[in-house]
Design a protein around this ligand. Structure first.
Ligand code: TTP
Ligand code: MG
Length: 393
């Protein structure tokens, strides 16, 4: 198994919201479409712009009035989240035909682990192109695909030849690729980190490569230094880790890049809650305290806890508390590198439970959830995002 070549695809839709608007309104095709607010909405910002509008300098997160100044002939429309979620679901379903291991990262992007699928779909390059074609034929939308031996590199690759692109980082060329990549294209290096690197005289990935780990640690601290050291060598940086501590159960995800949107964070949180709750059930534990941990792009880490009055008996309750804690602590101006959630002070027996009105209801619900979790463990392809997308969007 050790010499098995791993292959990851990262697939990202092109100008997603704007492309859906062009799809549903053929008269918008080939025109500058700007999704967000109307020019007269004083405080609105651009969600995204079609590539035709990007030529004028319009981009995501720009105030709409500014976009209007740059591109007065633009077609300004409000977003239709339900429609985008519907298409997103359709596309994620296509991805699942190619691998049981599809990791949705946001509404318009996913990693697909296609390791070992050669016999079914051919060499990885062919699979990548097949998926592109499949999405185009069934939805009319174009995607950009990155193919690489690691998730992190696949993510960078999908951005290399947007739109409708395909970029392949071949095994053995990882380090050479990273050493030719501009610093600001390195995922994990946000604006603040870039400034800090520049301040210390680092302007290229090669500048980092030429310093040893001790120096990097001295200048940037252990975590950041390890990240920098590994990333310029094309070594997979932290991806997804699941940790267990005594008397507490927690699970965390390190994103292969900085996450800014709350949708991705909440979806990830839900998945993490799922895995933590499952482990609590497995060890027949009970807990009242929920912990949420956030690490930002500059590697500062914050955590927050809350003790519930009584034992947490359902995923719904667990997720609701975790979500509340995330919202309380989350600083939306900073990109998130890592998200964790856990139960603290786990006890083995359900002592001192106050029987309350909904207790029976919750016990019943817990039994149902136990059954669902068992089923999902047996069939990992049943993903929680699916239910969430259908239910909420
Ligand atoms: P992105 O994939 O970052 O952007 P995109 O798909 O519009 O364009 P690209 O071709 O560069 O991939 O984000 C996906 C969707 O998420 C985007 O269509 C709209 C939404 N979004 C926002 O609402 N606000 C933002 O600041 C960003 C970056 C995205
Ligand atoms: Mg996109």
């Amino acid at each position: 198994m050790s010499n098995l070549q791993h292959w990851f695809l990262h697939v990202d839709l092109d100008a997603f919201f704007a492309s859906v608007e062009q799809l549903d309104h053929p008269e918008y095709k080939g025109k500058p479409v700007i999704v967000g607010g109307k020019p007269e909405d004083k405080r609105s910002v651009v969600s995204t712009a079609s590539y035709e509008a990007r030529k004028f300098g319009v981009h995501s997160a720009m105030p709409t009035f500014q976009a209007y100044k740059l591109c007065p002939q633009g077609i300004f429309v409000h977003g239709r989240m339900e429609r985008y979620a519907e298409i997103s679901y359709q596309i994620m379903t296509i991805f699942k035909e190619y691998s049981p291991d599809v990791m949705q990262m946001s509404i318009d992007e996913a990693f697909i682990d296609i390791t070992g699928t050669e016999k079914l779909f051919g060499p990885p390059e062919e699979t990548a192109l097949k998926i592109k074609k499949h999405v185009k034929e069934s939805t009319g939308l174009t995607v950009s695909v990155g193919l690489a031996p690691t998730k992190y590199l696949a993510k960078i690759a999908s951005d290399m030849s947007k739109p409708d692109g395909f970029y392949f980082i071949k095994p053995g060329t990882e380090q050479a690729f990273m050493l030719n990549l501009p610093l600001k294209k390195v995922f994990g290096i946000g604006t603040k980190t870039l400034e800090n690197l520049n301040k210390h005289g680092f302007f290229t990935t090669r500048d980092i490569y030429e310093k040893n780990l001790d120096i990097l640690q001295f200048l940037f601290g252990t975590n950041m230094a390890n990240f920098l050291y590994n990333t310029v060598r094309g070594i997979e940086v932290e991806t997804f880790s699941r940790k267990t501590k005594s008397h507490s159960i927690s699970s965390e995800t390190t994103f292969p890049y900085d996450v800014f949107d709350i949708y991705t964070l909440e979806t990830t949180l839900l998945e993490l809650c799922h895995s933590v709750y499952f482990r609590l059930l497995q060890e027949n534990g009970f807990a009242k305290t929920v912990m949420v941990k956030i690490r930002y792009e500059d590697f500062t880490t914050v955590s927050i806890q809350e003790k519930n009055d009584r034992n947490i008996l359902t995923i719904d309750t667990f997720y609701a508390i975790a979500k509340k804690l995330l919202e309380k602590k989350y600083d939306e101006k900073q990109g998130v590198r890592l998200l964790g959630v856990g139960f603290e002070n786990i006890t083995k027996e359900e002592k001192d439970v106050q029987l309350e009105l909904f207790e029976d209801e919750n016990v019943k619900k817990q039994a149902v959830e136990k059954a669902i979790l068992k089923l999902e463990k047996k069939h990992p392809e049943i993903k929680i995002q699916k239910a969430r997308l259908l239910k909420n969007k």
